[in-house]
Ligand binder design. Structure first.
Ligand code: GLA
Length: 716
């Protein structure tokens, strides 16, 4: 609810208040827990010079925007420069507007479902620029969406050197900063450090949001009046988050497109829109994460996929890599159908002459010899066995050894006279060009139409390193990608798309606006996956993560474990299997059947339940969470021991996320003997003794394995 009094706009969200002073030097007066209305907030402002030099006062203000040459000495939000090299931009607030809708961001995805929007207008007549900043609010949520539009009115072309989406000037304090860092097969591990001075930077540079540093960031002010601010960016390219602690005091959080090589020209009369950033504030990290997860489920993933069940799938990649023929595929699908699996996904290797990763990207027509017929025939036969059909593509890439490259070398990103850098033996298509996008999309449309695919896996297995026209390249690439995804999803609105980038190299809110699930990592070793999924869940709900039971022992780590341990880790995500099920023993087949049956029975809780962290692995090497339906009547709680302890008692685990007063029946799926009843508050406060899981039966597969327990919880 937006209330305007004098020069103050006060917005109350579900639990919080945001107060903005929109006088000439617009300021962020307050962001935090809900407060009762006041007549004005004059008492809060900097009324007198704090120091001898009045210029220094600019740094004492909690500004809503900042620019180059405006007198502050912090990291700034918007840096512009005209043809003469003048970068002096002094933005002052010119007014605000209240409305119900956020602006539509041309060419970029953004959150949906807002109920109110506040727009603040700024300008600098001398430089000739206007800036419009919006704040979108959502019923039943504490998340706020924001972004800025820069309008050039200078009569000449200017260059944008930096355009951040979000600036939050926060109070003084001792801060911890949490980011999700990693690498391929080690994505999004939560890393926390204390930032007390200087500028902390979290960014990506290779054209994708990256597995090195996710755009999600949480800053936690410790001690008196402590809080956590979480922010994330609805963008899939190079991003940068800065947390700047100037010596004058205060703290500034910025998030937006990375200014690495960014030098974007804006002609007179043109506008530049930043991507959307979202942020929230809460009492602590976990509360802020919970609010962000809820927002992603309700306001980021496409509306038509909210509450839509995802089928249990089997993917061909870790089963066969490139080595399959029709016989193997059909045999797999028959076995999968017997197990109860609902969809078969034909991964890499089905097109061109692709029997390894040396060729054929761009040649999006089936290898009929390998498939033993057309794609349509194969898909029909698989559907005849009772499975849905899904297929893998990598539309942004081209192999030098491909018909497409031979016909159109100009479609690839190359620099004349420079040998293109081949990564995974492939180069990048220049999807900033309309004709390239059109050609690839037409081929994709054909594949989807002919195979009647239910599901598409959209992969992207390298970054951008041919840097022609570098000032615009990275951003235009992302706009090209979004153009393709928006056309594809408009044409096939029901197609379930899972995006992927060498595992989870592009796991972000921009992709989630088109593809409601993302392959979280190529590493499906349940020990590694526990840390990856736990980190990812700080920002994203579990159902956004593709999570499979893979080959045992694991292909990357060689860790062994049981199928039940692997299932316990994978079953909270968009679930599937990814190994050769035709080669398993009868006992293992019975195990898989039991798992699929359990998954189907609990699917609505596992897929749409609210995720509450009981314990993070960093505390005691135990990872545990509860997934509970909205009414908290049915829940599944999982406990994962990452390490075996010797001569140390196994502790109790506190099960959260339930109704304190309600009574529940609790049953361990792995051990039917263990069942009991307890109130929600007892489960949370007294806890459940799990005991030693490293029994001789359980560790038969591997002494070093993780051990898991799943609890089925029902309100009595
Ligand atoms: C990437 C993906 C894998 C698989 C392969 C196919 O590595 O992350 O899941 O699809 O490509 O080449």
């Amino acid at each position: 609810m937006i209330e305007i009094k004098k020069q103050y706009a006060k917005i109350d969200t579900l639990n919080n208040s945001l107060i903005i002073d929109f006088s000439k030097d617009a300021k962020l007066v307050y962001l935090g827990k809900k407060i009762a209305d006041c007549d004005d907030y004059d008492f809060s402002g900097v009324r007198r010079a704090q120091t001898f030099s009045s210029a220094d006062d600019i740094d004492a203000l909690k500004r809503t925007v900042s620019s180059s040459g405006d007198g502050h000495c912090r990291e700034g939000m918007i840096y512009l420069c005209d043809e003469d090299g003048n970068a002096t931009v002094r933005l002052s607030c010119e007014g605000i507007e209240k409305g119900n809708k956020k602006p539509t961001l041309k060419g970029m995805p953004s959150s949906h479902g807002e109920s109110e929007c506040l727009t603040i207008k700024y300008g600098d007549k001398n430089f000739g620029v206007e800036v419009e900043q919006y704040f979108g609010f959502f019923d039943g949520s504490d998340v706020v969406a924001t972004g800025v539009k820069i309008i050039n009115q200078s009569g000449k072309t200017i260059k944008i050197k930096r355009a951040m989406s979000l600036q939050l000037d926060l109070p003084d304090g001792d801060y911890d900063v949490l980011t999700l860092d990693g690498a391929s097969c080690r994505e999004r591990r939560a890393v926390r450090r204390n930032v007390n001075g200087g500028t902390f930077s979290n960014s990506s540079v290779a054209g994708l949001s990256s597995n090195c540093h996710n755009p999600f960031i949480e800053v936690t002010k410790k001690g008196y009046n402590g809080f956590t601010v979480a922010t994330n960016l609805v963008y899939s390219g190079n991003h940068k988050e800065l947390f700047d602690i100037p010596s004058m005091g205060g703290a500034r959080l910025l998030s937006g497109i990375n200014d690495y090589l960014f030098d974007f020209p804006l002609k007179d009369g043109e506008e530049f829109q930043t991507p959307e950033a979202i942020f929230t504030v809460a009492a602590n990290e976990e509360a802020a994460s919970a609010e962000m997860r809820k927002f992603v489920s309700r306001n980021i993933i496409p509306e038509r996929f909210i509450g839509r069940e995802r089928p249990v799938l089997i993917n061909s990649w870790e089963s066969f890599l490139f080595n399959f023929d029709r016989g193997k595929l059909i045999e797999t699908c028959k076995k999968a159908a017997e197990i109860g699996i609902e969809m078969f996904v034909l991964d890499d290797g089905w097109f061109g002459k692709r029997d390894n990763d040396l060729s054929s990207l761009g040649d999006w027509f089936e290898n009929e010899k390998k498939l033993g017929g057309t794609l349509q025939d194969l898909a029909d036969e698989i559907r005849g066995l009772g499975l849905k059909f899904g297929i893998w593509v990598e539309p942004e890439m081209i192999s030098i050894d491909s018909d497409l490259y031979r016909a159109h070398p100009e479609y690839a990103m190359t620099i004349s006279g420079v040998k293109p850098l081949e990564i995974r033996h492939q180069i990048v298509l220049d999807i900033t060009k309309e004709e390239v996008r059109r050609e690839i999309l037409e081929k994709l449309y054909g594949i989807i139409e002919r195979s009647k695919a239910y599901y598409l896996k959209w992969d992207c297995n390298r970054g951008i390193y041919e840097l022609k026209n570098s000032g615009e390249l990275f951003h235009k690439y992302v706009l090209g990608l979004y153009d393709m995804l928006s056309k594809l999803t408009a044409k096939f609105p029901d197609l379930l798309i899972e995006s992927c980038a060498s595992g989870g190299n592009r796991f972000d809110l921009g992709m989630l606006c088109y593809t409601p699930q993302i392959w979280a990592s190529d590493d499906v070793d349940p020990r590694e996956r526990t840390t990856i999924q736990e980190g990812t869940a700080k920002a994203y709900p579990p159902l956004t993560m593709g999570a499979h039971v893979g080959h045992i022992p694991n292909w990357h780590t060689f860790n062994g474990t049981s199928y039940d341990n692997a299932f316990a880790v994978a079953c909270c995500g968009a679930f599937g299997y990814e190994f050769d099920v035709t080669k398993i023993s009868e006992k293992d087949e019975r195990t898989l059947k039991r798992q699929v049956e359990f998954y189907k029975k609990w699917r609505s809780v596992l897929q749409f339940g609210n995720y509450t962290v009981n314990e993070n692995s960093e505390e005691r090497g135990i990872s545990s969470y509860t997934l509970a339906d909205d009414k908290k009547e049915k829940a599944v709680a999982t406990v994962i021991y990452l390490d075996r302890t010797i001569n140390k008692l196994y502790p109790v685990v506190y099960i959260k996320g339930l109704l304190p007063e309600a009574k529940y029946s609790v049953r361990f799926t792995s051990d039917e003997e263990i069942k009991f009843t307890a109130s929600g508050s007892a489960l949370e406060k007294v806890g459940v003794y799990i005991g030693n899981l490293y029994t001789s039966e359980r560790i038969a597969d591997n002494y070093n394995s993780i051990q898991t327990v799943i609890m089925e919880i029902e309100k009595i």
